[in-house]
Write a protein of this length. Sequence first.
Length: 257
Amino acid sequence: MNRPIALLTDFGLTDHYVGSLKSVILNINPKAVIFDLTHEVHPQNIREGAYILSAIYPYLPQGTIVVAVVDPGVGSRRDALCVETDRGFLMGPDNGILSMAVGHQKYRARKLTHDKYFLKPVSSTFHGRDIFSPCAAYLSKQNIFNSFGPAVKKIYALEVPKPVVKGNRVQGEIVYIDRFGNAMTNIGLKEIKRANSFSVLVGKQKISIKPFFGAGKDKELIAVWNSSQALELAVFNNSAEKLYGLKLGDPIELLAP
């Protein structure tokens, strides 16, 4: 057994933090397969980390152990968790970072309290290194899930805004903006039946849905159905965020013709 370990953090790549996580893992399991999801979550932005993890999670190799550390409450009374789903395992603080990936699927959760699996001494400011990484490394070698600590019935879940369907309108909002300045909304194809027969209202501006980014004109704000089957606002070869002042929470409406 050698389950792969995937890392998602807000640590960036300038400092020693990511290297420390990987070193701890490899000291425990020299054959560990480690890969990065991202380390560029904006600092302390739990919701952003949860969104990114949820977008990636369906595509991870079966059995993957995810270590997700966006942890402004490190050292406080928040719990450290390992969550088991049908796809694999998720480790991180119980602050909502894991909740969007878990979604509505069945799961089992345990607190990470058995310090046999911790790196010692445990720092109060770096649980990614001293708790989550070593626990993931031991779990990658054998299934020790049941010995991590007491069972948890329910993990902390972020309040995720859901689209509202009212007659011929679907009301949603921007929930994530990527590095290209494209704005993802919480409106998915599952909310509607006729994907391309709708127009989109952004503020007071009505825009159309295009089949791909390049179908938009220069500096034209368009909408596309993205790879996650969610409505995305974009400007071809430019930043929709900067050109149109888009921000998280901005309301979006789909309008039937």
